[in-house]
Design a protein around this ligand. Sequence first.
Ligand code: NGQ
Ligand code: ZN
Length: 437
Amino acid sequence: MALWFEQALLPEGWRKGVRITLAGNRIATLTSDTNPQPQDERHGPAFPGLPNVHSHAFQRAMAGLTERAGNTADSFWTWREAMYRFVDRLNPEGLHAIAALAYAEMLEGGFTRVGEFHYLHHDPNGAPYANPAAMAQAIAQAARDSGIGLTLLPVFYAHADFGGAPPTHGQRRFLHDRDSFARLLEALKPLDVPLGIAPHSLRAVTPEELAAILPLAPDGPIHIHIAEQMAEVDACLGWSGQRPVEWLMDHAPVDRRWCLVHATHITESERNRIAQSGATVGLCPITEANLGDGLFPAQPFLAAGGRIGIGSDSNVEIDVAAELRLLEYGQRLSRQGRNLLASAPGQSTGASLYNAARQGAHALGASPATLAPGARADIVTLRRDPPAHALLDGWIFARARIDSVWCDGRKRVSAGVHHGRPAIEARYNQLLKALLD
Ligand code: NGQ
Ligand code: ZN
């Protein structure tokens, strides 16, 4: 059987009448300017799926539950307290149920690979599980259930703040020292997924710990949260006399392997240094808006040749088109202009955003999805009705909606809905009911 697409985004650009045959998880043959054959499955416009460079899957279960004003001023930090309380009772089974729904929704939303920034390692008392990979196995199982590609980013977390402050009670399930972390990395190898390493933030890791854990992962991506909140920038200045990005650039070997998550509050010089380093900035526009982080200077960063990836982070909403739209709209609102992230005069803003986000795959130790013979079949199509005339702009800015998604050669989403959704949702609803009462 073959797939036939009205139009498809090939490496050389949009082509009409594209017919693809699959062999296993890969594209076997691809022909353009061709008519469908009688048995072909016919679809609207198709393009390669996008990578999600930053997810905390478990936070999907808090979506909508932290939008009520508290008695004191709400902030990122009060949200974080609520998040710590929420995870108190999660076990591997619960994590599996939540992550499976989040990952199914990622596929529905156009993501075909996820980087899971995974730090919920230990049992509810903070004691290691007999198998240190128990929670990570739940993540990997959820990825298999949904069919999404997984890059696992095990997190090293040891402190509550700069200067090696002791961790708080709410952080007890995240903690390692160098040796227990090395054992975790060993235990993750049999999962057989691409592995990275993630020092949580400069708050959670001392300079000595950072230096000690990097050699444990000589290849693969390195992810870190950085400069997301002004309080973090101020605390870093108080501790070191430097801003977080400045400090990191001076003290760590930041290069293309690195993904700096958020990097919201940066100076012009920090911005240029990140762009020159080749590191990816992991932008999570919906979460950054939801948590009141601030606005990353995307326009000058991209103009300086900086690389970005998109993350769904807290998973309060999961939709890569909505992330890209908000990324552009944040720039429009703050800079009072339009089409600010278009790569050049005359270029489509949607296509420019899409192309930038596609490169985020490198930050997950993967190649960007592509429609070509031999490539993994990670394909997203849009509904044909109403006609998607502006294609990527229609998808990102207007009403064009996702229809079908194939990941690793298997069709997982039809008519916008993940095939496993009924079962995954039933298990999730049951779990959440138990968790919330
Ligand atoms: C996290 N989330 O690890 O889930 C963090 C909150 C922290 C975001 N930064 C915890 N969006 O940064 O300390
Ligand atoms: Zn995060």
